[in-house]
Design a protein around this ligand. Sequence first.
Ligand SMILES: NCCCC[C@H](N)C(=O)NCC(=O)O
Length: 743
Amino acid sequence: MPDSKMDETKKKKKKTAECCGYPISIFFIVVNEFCERFSYYGMRAVLVLYFRYFLLWDDDLATSIYHAFVALCYLTPILGAIIADSWLGKFKTIIYLSIVYAVGQVVMAVSTIHDITDANRDGTPDNFTLHIALSMLGLVLIALGTGGIKPCVAAFGGDQFQEHQSRQLNTFFSVFYLCINAGSLLSTLITPVLRAQECGIHTQQQCYPLAFGVPAALMVVSLVVFIAGSGMYTKTAPEGNIMGSVCKCIWFALNNRFRHRSDIYPKREHWMDWAEEKYDKLLIAQIKMVLKVLFLYIPLPMFWTLFDQKGSRWTLQATTMTGDFGGFVLQPDQMQTVNPILILTLVPIMDRIIFPLIKKCGLNFSPLKRMTVGMLFAATAFIAAALVQMEIDKTLPNFPSSSESQLKVVNMHSESLIVTVPSQEPLLIGSFEVQHTSKHTTAVSHWCFTISSHVVFPQSSPDYITFDQQDIRLAFNTTPEINKDLSLIKGSRQTLIIPSEPAEMYLKEDIKSKPKEGKNAVRFVNGWTAYLNITNLESSLQPSETSNYTLVSQGMRKFTLTDGIQSCEFSRKFGFGSSYTFLIPSDLFSTDCESIKEIEDMQPNSVHMALQIPQYFLITTGEVMFSVTGLQFSYSQAPKNMKSVLQAGWLCTNAVGNIIVLIVAELGKLPKQWAEYVLFASLLVAVSIIFSIMAYFYTYIDPAEIEAEILKQQETDPDKKKKKETLEMEEKENEQEIKQTKI
Ligand SMILES: NCCCC[C@H](N)C(=O)NCC(=O)O
């Protein structure tokens, strides 16, 4: 559309399409953002699980691809911004890239339908390559779409406001942020529920197609809503290959500065002024504005480095805590929903109460000051996380160091045994059977025996004896005496199972870290005289055999034990993060499973997840001050033809932050998690001090005003054309000089 015609349209819209001082077109943009964020975060919520349990990738591959995808989503904004500002304009870019995005979501949803390759109908796909190829294609399209439109939507929203609506413009960015978080909150709650449903044509499986299909549908809705508002938008036309001109102008300025490096040439105020001979003052001024802001962005990725650990380190921390809130149980990964919930409450509180109050007190809480304070809040959040970690560490088992081994002995033999352990007093190990029979007569204090029940060790771990040598010899007081040479695994916990026939004793490796995702690890030792089938176990257990650990979730769990003829049921309530070995006695069926005894290998988590709320509160307060303000700042300080580019620059700080998380996760493992949190907090404090110094020297500008002034000057500048001609002549002369010198 020609400029003059577009301006006319704008003027008409100004009068007709306003409600309470806001352009009505904003409604379509915020609804579009809500649906898009629902689509994005909903898909992200189940992505790792899809990799892990559908594509059957291991944990490392699943998390690496996941983080690579997130990083890509924050790198593509620069592409979207270039397309919008230089070629298609924001409106068309949003439409075209949203189509790419929606197609990506649909491809992703299709890739999760196991029936498309399950020819033998066994419930698992037959052609994993096809599913992987489709999902990777889907993810690349999604990254291109979501990243591409991201800088355009916020900037396009800003474009809808007129000069007299600057107060409404600030509120818009807050509402925009609220919509992002409302969308993300709803989808993060809904999509995991959809995944947990069972669906399928030939066999019923976890319903990934629904979990990915609903976000795909929301993306289509987002596109339709955006197009529906088409007639009401203020659309600014792209101004040609602006990025190309910017790069050429910067290159020329640097080159020209180098050519005039001698002291005989008078200095210029700014190095970009060395482009004046060839380029418009307006373009130079615009580039100066953008560079000043981009320079300020340099320290910002550190904020995102801390912020994005909510989803990784903090969720892992939650898996070592208990989420039992009495009436309901919160899963560790659900703790992340605290962030959008707090955003929904904190943004209005800040906008309506805190910021106006600060203003009333006469304090100048400028955007850059807010961002600095936001960084400090995030640093404090990490101190809070470190304090919580210290509490958790107190409750964690004392795992062996890499040079130590730990051993526990379980006696399934019918008599007590005395074992002589190197550098220990001889230990009495009560018999499982003896103790079982004396359970009700209280002849022994602990019917669930381990050696530790009877002997006090100098070691700090009560259930295990810790050795700092690998090869040990144990002597048992049987007739004849049994001597057992053991080769212990360094850095590991092992249990020596003494079956009914003591000479057949064997070592079994124990769990040596907290079970994943707050689950509980359980295993069974079969003291029954025949093989046993137990629900949830991979295979049946031979007599005297010990099963591998199996993971069970929190809550009441039921196990059915059967030898093919008789069966009984064993139920137990589990908390979070515990581990048990269940000993099956020889009178299993006559006692209806009641005689099963348990050994606690690892106690359940006892620090409550509610203790994470302060750190979530602090980081979210930091986010409101830093992120919402940063979004507004990036828009307000950008020249009109580079608004999307600066939004993209802002989003790139997030991508760099994510990449730092990836690098730190690989390299920078400190031995203590709380120390790592303190390190990150200190780094952010240092960075925020640097940022505040940079911010101190930054002068806020009104790009529109500067642009208008330069245009006015240019109109009355007769030298402009002459300058260009002189420069071209100079260049030609230079080239000739070079040629002559060569000759
Ligand atoms: N599942 C957590 C979502 C957090 C969203 C976060 N608070 C946010 O607003 N991010 C900005 C965005 O554009 O997504």
